[in-house]
Design a binder for this molecule. Structure first.
Ligand code: ARG
Length: 287
């Protein structure tokens, strides 16, 4: 009897753990998974439904993709109520459909996604990832599906009118970036190599950058163009400069061990690009 009771306890604990760690899923799932947590939980030993995401795992045997994202990036991935929606979310819905798989989104901070991909905590990083040579050393990128630019957002009435103003001698502007994004990497490199005096402030999530711009704590922010546009539309006291800072391509990233998944994702994406599905999704969100 005692044994039965402790078994019951173990199962309740497993269930409670799974329930606590569940994150908004874009596709309905019928089994809670302890793989989809931002912070690793101690996995109960004989959890029957546990199916941790693991890089290099056999794609054919997998039924669910765990996708790491930073859902602070409208129109690509953002919250509508408690649901994560956006261009890349719809794109992933279509990809998963083509692969005959479910997928589950895990909202995490942007600067932890690549490590989550390389360690196998998530199968895919989907977060408006710009393809860069440095990142390619650690992860594989899919074919790219969106072109973007880094751009600059300032409060209305700002003395900063062009990108060049950040580069004038003696400029000490407080510049906000999301930690580890290309905006961060480019400006940090320029400050280091060109001896700029800018005060770079790094944030984990974009809404905090927007709040800091509005409160005057930041004098500008470097944000991907469509995302900047979305935030400026919501915040009329902010303004988007016309001059772009850098051109980029977005792609999904995966573990270097998972070449089979990469091939499948590329095939799906190539079909979606060729038959106009991708453009239709983009047009739905970006006017
Ligand atoms: N495109 C930029 C980069 O790859 C920013 C991406 C930020 N994405 C996000 N979901 N917050 O570094």
């Amino acid at each position: 009897m005692k044994k039965l009771f402790s078994l019951f306890l173990v199962f309740s604990l497993i269930f409670a753990l799974a329930a606590c760690s569940s994150t908004p899923a874009a596709a309905p799932t019928d089994a809670p998974t302890e793989a989809a947590t931002d912070a690793p939980t101690e996995a109960p030993t004989d959890e029957p439904t546990a199916e941790p995401a693991s890089a290099g795992s056999d794609v054919a045997a997998k039924t669910k993709l765990v996708v790491g994202t930073s859902a602070d990036f409208p129109p690509y991935e953002y919250y509508d109520g408690d649901k994560i929606v956006g261009v890349e979310v719809e794109m992933m819905e279509k990809i998963a459909e083509k692969l005959g798989m479910e997928f589950e989104l895990v909202d995490m901070s942007f600067d932890t996604i690549i490590a989550a991909v390389t360690s196998g905590k998530v199968d895919i990083g989907m977060s408006g990832f710009t393809v860069t040579e440095e990142r390619k050393q650690n992860v594989n990128f899919s074919v790219s599906y969106i072109k973007a630019k880094q751009s600059i957002v300032v409060p209305e009435g700002s003395p900063i009118a062009t990108v060049d103003d950040l580069y004038t001698e003696g400029a000490t502007y407080a510049v906000g970036v999301q930690n580890s994004t290309t905006g961060d990497l480019y400006i940090t490199e320029d400050v280091e190599t060109k001896g700029l005096k800018l005060d770079i402030q790094r944030f984990t999530k974009y809404p905090d950058i927007i709040a800091a711009l509005k409160s005057g704590k930041l004098e500008c922010a470097i944000i991907d163009d469509q995302v900047a546009k979305a935030f400026v539309e919501e915040n009329p006291e902010l303004h988007l400069l016309d001059t772009a800072y850098a051109d980029e391509d977005y792609a999904l990233c995966m573990s270097k061990d998972n070449t089979e998944l990469l091939a499948q994702i590329d095939k799906a994406l190539e079909e979606m690009i060729a038959d106009g599905t991708m453009q239709a999704i983009i047009d739905k969100y970006i006017k």
